[in-house]
Ligand binder design. Structure first.
Ligand code: GRF
Length: 217
């Protein structure tokens, strides 16, 4: 079966992009990256893509008078490569309903919390303030509300007594790098589908607990 095409949208470091680049390097992985788009010029994620020989483009939001014209330019750049899925990987712009509905159920995001808890920014600080015992990360289909939408994969990690936001972020990030490729595999193989605003996963070889267990595959 032909590999599904991905467009990956970034704004910075691109370590999640790197996890997708590394996954796609395996010829058996069911997807490939056709384009990396950043709204910020000169970021590390663009270097990572270039090093991997992936086409890159910058659509700088500062060059547009409003969100809608910026998004139209992003949409046009992405649509030109005809991707099957669009992956947000540390893309730090809020997207309008119009953009989200154009890519409905083909647009996925990573968020460093166990959604629906701790939507938005400064997640790890707020997790520590709340005193919860577990943190984690979520890959979900995007809906118009921020960090909202049907959940594809999550991973949980413990919050340890001496954690600070950086140590917690590092523990969560390790799991982000594990579950983003897993979620992309599931959607690219057509094994994750939205039903009633929940995601159903097919495939007996994927035990339920593997989706949550940090020691899993
Ligand atoms: C990640 O923690 C991701 O969950 C969040 O922003 C961060 C991006 O990191 N949305 P990177 O650019 O992928 O390294």
């Amino acid at each position: 079966m032909a590999r599904k095409k991905l467009a990956v949208l970034i704004s910075g470091r691109g370590s999640n992009l790197q996890s997708l680049i590394d996954a796609c390097a395996d010829p058996d992985f069911p997807a490939e990256i056709a384009l990396v788009l950043s709204n910020v010029p000169g970021v590390q994620g663009l270097e990572r893509a270039e090093k991997a020989g992936i086409p890159v483009t910058v659509v700088n939001h500062k060059n547009f008078p409003d969100r809608e014209t910026f998004e139209d330019a992003v949409h046009e750049a992405i649509a030109a490569v005809e991707p099957d899925f669009v992956c947000l990987a540390g893309f730090m712009r809020i997207l309008t309903d119009k953009f989200v509905s154009r890519w409905l159920n083909r647009l996925i995001n990573i968020h460093p919390s166990l959604l629906p808890a701790f939507r938005g920014l400064h997640t790890h600080e707020r997790v520590l303030e709340a005193g919860v015992r577990f943190a984690g990360c979520t890959i979900h289909f995007v809906r118009p509300a921020m960090d909202d939408g049907p959940i594809i994969v999550q991973a949980a990690v413990p919050v340890l007594p001496d954690d600070d936001p950086d140590t917690l972020a590092a523990r969560v990030l390790e799991q982000e790098h594990r579950i983003y490729p897993l979620a992309v595999r599931l959607i690219a193989e057509g094994r994750a589908r939205v039903s009633g605003e929940k995601v159903l996963i097919d495939g007996a070889e994927l035990p339920d607990h593997a989706l949550m267990n940090p020691a899993g595959p």
